[in-house]
Write a protein that binds this ligand. Structure first.
Ligand code: DAT
Ligand code: MG
Length: 149
């Protein structure tokens, strides 16, 4: 089953949006298979954002991610990678659609509340980077027949 990596960034945690953000993925019908609150090391932040290391915003982005705790998660479900990106909204919260997390709660690209993997290969890489195998829980929700034909 498809999985994606999501992380509620320091602004989402500090603004008490952890419950609200998790609720959106739960209500949609996706399955939570990994969850931990953590202070991110500089090394992990740099590895996570490695594709952006030449960008001018990279140093500030790393400082932001390590500045305060984040909530790291793995969610499972059919099409979850692309669907989670839709639920999150586009990168700049100011222009993100209302109804998305970034569109509803943010105004600044450097404070866009949540990370979500952008493709299935990225998701696999990020899940491996952030979680040990034994931190992920495979389970079958009793709700499944009420969510899928
Ligand atoms: P996304 O998080 O939507 O996948 P991204 O991968 O292009 O966006 O960029 C990673 C993060 O870097 C993004 O969530 C916020 C930050 N960022 C991106 N573009 C930025 C910019 N022009 N100025 C400041 N921060 C930026
Ligand atoms: Mg990205």
């Amino acid at each position: 089953m498809e999985r994606t990596f999501l992380a509620i960034k320091p602004d989402g945690v500090q603004r008490n949006l952890v419950g609200e953000i998790i609720r959106r993925f739960e209500s949609k019908g996706f399955t939570l298979v990994g969850l931990k609150m953590m202070k991110v090391s500089r090394e992990l932040a740099e590895q996570h954002y490695d594709v952006h290391k030449e960008r001018p915003f990279f140093p500030g982005l790393v400082e932001f991610i390590i500045s305060s705790p984040v909530v790291a998660m793995v969610w499972e479900g059919e099409g979850v990678v692309a669907a989670a990106r839709k639920i999150i909204g586009s990168t700049n919260p100011l222009t993100a659609e209302p109804g998305t997390i970034r569109g509803d709660f943010g105004i600044n690209v450097g404070r866009n509340l949540i990370h979500g993997s952008d493709a299935q290969e990225t998701a696999q890489r990020e899940i491996k980077l952030w979680f040990k195998d034994d931190e992920l829980v495979s389970w079958e929700p009793n709700l499944t027949p009420w969510l899928r034909e």
